[in-house]
Design a protein around this ligand. Structure first.
Ligand code: NBP
Length: 498
């Protein structure tokens, strides 16, 4: 590769003779690290590369990074000596103990005011813990979500940094130069203290699970109706030019059309989905914070169910479904209904994701900027879509919006699409096609808009068998216990919430 400009060439000469020190060091030369380094180099930053298996540094410099200004290090000491102060060291290694191991080795080599950034998919509570530990040593710690996979890392990822806010002015020029841009604005902003950046990235991944599951359910219904791969691809293509315009709809269209010498590839792919755990973490966080993030939960469970392939194959020969076959009189109209169903359920999924972030922010004292988060996800990442622009607009005009479902734009979208949504879910149930994400979103919507739920009976049951007490309507805050059978005592439990 030739140097891109005179400036690039001069920088290269100066770095060779150690006249210029590196702007940042990046540890971890797998797919994300290598691509992020090349992205930083392209934007004019001098990067020092290092890896646990040191031979990979040389390989990288001689191949992918050949002709760039990237410099290599043979040890962590060597790497630190090549950095400008305050030093910035970014880790892109496997999440978990590898991050702790590197931090342990870096601490004695760095001085107060230096910055360590973890760009991996770390668990947000690990990031909060590391922030606290490093704060005591005067080091600034950042846990940053990095989304967009290999392509994003190379040409502009969505970046979600959080941790010690004092680090932001130090890393901002690099982060906002290398990230994706949406409508000219960087898809990277400071998220908040402690593990806020990694929490937001985790919710992003959970939402990604939900979006993918919804698309799969739409595909399942279309398949059951007998649509060909080309017809389905055409339909997804149409959806991609309107309100559902998004990366995931676009790649679905292309996947459906993809053929090799044996025909359509998709039909031959085994129907068992893998997962790395961030969707599961979102569902666990939802349970921990007590927020009904039902759609992401169902998306995670759907992957678990898909993994039971052998059991499902056996059960399919034993368990009977309904006798009614999937059939509609007006296929184009029903396809339009599926589009509305997907769109309405997607609105619910994002509403639930933002509810989770709001609750976590309140418990952890994070000042999350919800419009800013929508903008960060608007470009560069897997869930990028036009829809996120609408969410950004909603939170920009009403920063205190309690729920996305109450925003005028989304309220009207659901009002317009809900008959279609109900039609699709009802038909899928009648035909025996599983639609866990589409249906749980509808149940949530109906539950959220119901002023009186049957939880009065539930609370009575709890008081009946466990003396857990109940409140009476209009007397909130005052707890009553009834001796329902006449044989129990009058002593109540102290566990109203248990
Ligand atoms: P991997 O997650 O495959 O990690 C590879 C890197 O981790 C290598 O540098 C490897 O060093 C190092 N490493 C491992 Br593995 N175990 C280590 C240990 N015990 N101590 C020190 N170093 C260790 O790389 P990746 O796919 O580029 O992802 C990097 C991070 O970014 C991960 O946290 C990942 O979850 C996250 N992420 C990935 C994607 C994606 O699309 N791949 C997207 C977004 C975020 P070695 O060369 O010596 O084995």
């Amino acid at each position: 590769m030739k140097p891109k400009s005179k400036v690039h060439f001069i920088i290269r000469l100066l770095t060779c003779f150690r006249k210029i020190k590196a702007d940042i060091a990046l540890i971890g030369l797998a797919v994300m690290g290598q691509n992020l380094i090349l992205n930083m180099d392209e934007k004019g930053f001098v990067v020092c590369a290092y890896n646990r298996t040191v031979s990979k540094v040389k390989e990288f410099l001689e191949n992918e990074a050949k002709g760039t200004n990237v410099i290599g290090a043979e040890s962590l000491e060597d790497m630190v000596s090549k950095l400008q102060r305050p030093r910035k060291v970014m880790l892109l290694v496997k999440a978990g103990s590898a991050v702790d191991d590197f931090i342990k080795q870096l601490v004695p080599l760095l001085t107060p005011g230096d910055v360590i950034i973890d760009g991996g998919n770390s668990e947000y509570q690990d990031t909060s813990r590391r922030c606290l530990e490093l704060e005591k040593l005067g080091l600034l710690y950042v846990g940053s979500g990095v989304s967009g996979g290999e392509e994003g890392a190379r040409h502009g990822p969505s970046l979600m940094p959080g941790g010690h806010e004092a680090a932001w002015p130090i890393i901002q020029p690099i982060f906002q130069a290398i990230c994706a841009k949406a409508d000219g604005e960087p898809c990277c902003e400071w998220v908040g203290d402690g593990g806020a950046g990694h929490f937001v990235k985790m919710v992003h991944n959970g939402i990604e699970y939900g979006d993918m599951q919804l698309i799969c359910e739409a595909y399942h219904i279309m398949t059951a109706l007998g649509l060909s791969a080309e017809q389905m691809a055409e339909e997804f293509g149409k959806w991609n030019s309107a309100e559902l315009d998004s990366f995931l709809i676009e790649i679905t269209r292309d996947i459906l059309k993809y053929k090799d010498n044996k025909g359509y590839l998709l039909e031959r792919i085994r129907d068992t989905a893998g997962q790395k755990g961030t969707g599961k973490w979102t569902a666990i966080a939802a349970l921990q914070y007590g927020v009904p993030v039902t759609l992401i939960g169902e998306a995670v469970f759907s992957r678990c169910l898909s993994a039971l392939k052998d059991e499902r194959v056996r059960a399919s020969t034993v368990l009977k479904g309904p006798t009614v076959k999937p059939k509609v009189d007006n296929v184009p109209k029903f396809l339009n209904d599926i589009k509305h169903a997907l769109y309405c359920a997607k609105i619910v999924s994002y509403a639930q994701g933002f509810m989770l972030m709001r609750e976590a922010a309140s418990e952890n004292n994070w000042r999350l900027n919800y419009g800013g988060i929508a903008l960060m996800w608007r470009g560069g990442c897997i869930i990028r879509s036009v829809f996120l622009g609408n969410i950004k607009d909603a939170y920009t005009s009403q920063p205190q919006l309690t729920n996305l479902l109450l925003d005028e734009f989304f309220k009207n979208a659901i009002a317009q699409g809900q008959d279609s949504w109900r039609e699709v879910v009802a038909n899928a149930f009648r035909w025996g096609i599983p639609v866990p994400a589409l249906s749980t979103a509808l149940s949530f919507y109906d539950g959220y808009r119901t002023s009186k739920l049957p939880a009065n009976l539930l609370q009575a049951q709890r008081d009946y068998f466990g003396a857990h007490t109940y409140e009476l309507l209009g007397q909130e805050g005052k707890f009553h216990h009834t001796n329902w059978t006449g044989t129990g005592g009058n002593v109540s439990a102290s566990t109203y919430q248990a």
